[in-house]
Write a protein that binds this ligand. Structure first.
Ligand SMILES: [Zn+2]
Length: 216
């Protein structure tokens, strides 16, 4: 089964992917992991990626797609993957379709976790971080033992710049402007499945599993 997982900041996409891949025997393939492993392996492509990242640039669509192609081939994952973080743009989606078509394969499903702006704000806005050790807490879902204080080192917790409401709204706008064309693209090809993300993590994972089992 070949699946793409999408979701806004705060949707817990990585957590969901980990819960779901075990049950379906898929490989969780995240863009960050692929980049790290490609760079660590030190081949030609890895060196090119390292140079781009080293200069502080975003990896362009073409190189990102090359990494995905090389990684899925190297790990023999063309029949069993859940992609997380790719594709992010319509050109990337077109490149993925072309890679699959070359192997006479196609995507089985694109799962989009839906979360209202209100829920995104509640989830990300409740984050409290320890800037000293990097620990992250949540006022509601993962509070520290003593309010406002890091469990590990007793330092005062703070709201990171990125977790302030205006910044969260801005991240959400960027996500939506990038993602809407992708959702339209996959709706057109009939593989898009939307899953409400406004529930406990296990319940959302159950919804995703139900959708994907229905695809088999
Ligand atoms: Zn700390």
């Amino acid at each position: 089964m070949r699946v793409v997982l999408m979701g806004p900041p705060g949707a817990g996409k990585g957590t969901q992917a980990k819960k779901v891949v075990g049950a379906l025997d898929l490989a969780h393939v995240s863009t960050g992991d692929m980049f790290r492993r490609m760079v660590a392996a030190g081949g030609d492509l890895g060196k090119r990626i390292q140079a781009i990242i080293g200069q502080g640039h975003l990896v362009p669509d073409k190189e990102t797609s090359e990494v995905v192609d090389a990684f899925l081939t190297q790990e023999s994952l063309w029949d069993s993957f859940m992609l997380d973080g790719f594709p992010r743009t319509v050109p990337q989606a077109e490149m993925l379709d072309a890679m699959l078509a070359r192997r006479k394969k196609s995507l089985d499903a694109v799962v989009a976790i839906d979360l209202s702006e209100q829920n995104v704000l509640a989830r990300l806005g409740g984050r409290r971080s320890c800037l000293a050790c990097g620990s992250v807490y949540h006022e509601v879902s993962a509070p520290p033992k003593k309010p406002g204080v890091c469990d590990r080192d007793g330092k005062a917790l703070q709201v990171r710049e990125d977790d302030k409401p205006d910044k969260i709204r801005e991240r959400l706008r960027i996500y939506e402007s990038q993602t809407q064309p992708l959702l339209d693209y996959y709706a057109k090809s009939g593989v898009l499945k939307r899953v409400p993300g406004d529930a406990e993590a296990d319940e959302v994972a159950g919804r995703i599993l139900a959708v994907l089992r229905g695809q088999r």
